[in-house]
Write a protein that binds this ligand. Structure first.
Ligand code: FAD
Length: 251
């Protein structure tokens, strides 16, 4: 079991219509490790869904940690899907509120020796993509295709100048799965293979995995590909689906 820390909200900033940055602090962050931006912690909520566990855990990306001030930033995207525990909490919380976090979990390392990079994500993985882009060498080449909920959710990202951004605005009415996958597929590839990093909704992740693996011949070890959530399932149910899927994912 990872260490549990109690932290307090000290700042809330609406960074776009559907993204809110919450800054946490607390003496428990004294020994929180540095250089974990892009990795994740789990926010813990008292479970009143069932009697299986005392707490429900929701993974969120470490957007920034400033050790000198013991300040941890987490960016919460808004979703209206049954208003899960974490989203409801993030969109109601006030400065001074306390919450427990566990982690950090293990961070995915990007292969910075790669010739070029291909990132795909949505608003849940935008914090992780933003953190990784900040750390790439300045001469890095590539693309990032990011699904956002509205045109006003486009934000300025610190990134190498030759990483091109493509913002895909999702419709309010449906998942736009085909259109999103097409927005990824139409990008022109140089001759060599990129390092691929993908995190998004489960079904979209599976289509993208097929595309990268079968059409572009990218092997498992040349990409990080993960679902961060699954439409219609809460995080506990998503974890089960994810585990089952990973057992069946071949090379
Ligand atoms: C490693 C990792 C890092 C993550 N980092 C971030 C982050 O930095 N910021 C962030 O916003 N999210 C992040 N996520 C995603 C976040 O953990 C999930 O969206 C989570 O399910 C939200 O919890 P909840 O309690 O609000 O909803 P849940 O109780 O899990 O689900 C309730 C309902 O809402 C739906 N739902 C959940 N998420 C979404 C969504 N994004 N859009 C539409 N419907 C949804 C579910 O399908 C379900 O029907 C991350 C996930 C992982 C695995």
């Amino acid at each position: 079991m990872k260490r549990i820390r109690k932290v307090k909200v000290i700042k809330i900033l609406q960074i776009s219509p559907n993204m809110k940055r919450i800054t946490f602090t607390g003496v428990d962050l004294n020994d929180f490790p540095e250089n974990q931006n892009g990795g994740y912690v789990k926010l813990l909520f008292k479970n009143d869904l069932n009697d299986k566990e005392d707490f429900l855990a929701r993974p969120y990306t470490i957007r920034d940690f400033r050790k000198h001030n013991l300040e941890l930033d987490i960016d919460f995207s808004y979703h209206s899907g049954n208003q899960g525990y974490a989203t409801r909490w993030a969109y109601q919380t006030q400065v001074g509120d306390e919450i427990s976090i566990s982690g950090p979990g293990s961070k995915q390392l990007i292969d910075t020796n790669s010739n070029w990079f291909f990132f795909v994500g949505d608003m849940t993985s935008l914090p992780a993509i933003s953190s990784y882009l900040e750390k790439l060498p300045s001469q890095a080449l590539g693309f990032a295709v990011i699904e956002i909920k509205s045109i006003n959710d486009k934000i300025n990202l610190k990134k190498p100048k030759n990483i091109k951004l493509k913002w895909f605005v999702k419709s309010n009415k449906d998942e736009n799965t085909e259109e999103f996958i097409d927005a990824v597929k139409v990008i022109d590839w140089p001759d060599s293979k990129p390092y691929v990093w993908v995190a998004c909704e489960f079904t979209k992740m599976k289509y993208l995995r097929d595309f990268f693996q079968k059409e572009k011949k990218i092997c498992k070890n040349e990409m990080y590909i993960s679902s961060y959530w699954k439409s219609g399932l809460n995080q506990e149910e998503h974890k089960v689906a994810k585990k089952e899927d990973s057992l069946n994912w071949g090379n």
